[in-house]
Design a protein around this ligand. Structure first.
Ligand SMILES: [Cu+2]
Length: 154
């Protein structure tokens, strides 16, 4: 009888050990994958001298108790830091919302982000400042916004 109890315990230890080993392996594997992706991007950035910054279009939506809906579109992330003179490719993927025609204030940059498509905006600022990326359709709270991101050039 005693022998069986020990064996059961041993079995449990074995199972626990296996689970720990498996999760450690999984963790290592996932991290390694991430590292590969980051390394590829880093390599591409080194070769081209152009930093890639990814943005998406998102949507907040909610329903009130009386059934009326609230909606707001957003650029995400909403704040981006760049250095003066730095070459950047702002890569915006349209996720929520059909179309977002945009401008960047104080520049002549304009374009459109469409759902399911990636829009690449080449940037290089020669002056410090805060430049606003504004969606012309959702510019303020009266038009399902404010869909404004801040490009901070330092
Ligand atoms: Cu928009």
């Amino acid at each position: 009888m005693k022998l069986i109890i020990i064996k059961k315990r041993l079995l449990w230890y074995c199972i626990i050990f296996m689970v720990i080993l498996a999760s450690a392996g999984g963790w290592y594997f996932i991290n390694q994958e991430n590292e590969v992706v980051f390394k590829q991007e880093e390599q591409a950035e080194k070769e081209t001298g152009i930093r890639k910054i990814h943005l998406v279009t998102g949507e907040f939506s909610s329903e009130l108790q009386n059934g009326s809906k609230l909606e707001a579109y957003r650029w995400d992330p909403g704040t981006i830091y760049l250095k003066v003179g730095e070459k950047v490719h702002l890569t915006i993927l349209g996720i929520n919302g059909k179309e977002h025609p945009f401008i960047i204030e104080d520049t002549n940059i304009k374009g459109t982000v469409k759902k399911g498509e990636e829009t690449v905006v080449p940037l290089q600022f020669h002056e410090k400042g805060i430049y606003r990326l504004i969606c012309l359709t959702h510019a303020d709270k009266h038009h399902e916004g404010p869909m404004i991101a801040y490009l901070i050039v330092d």
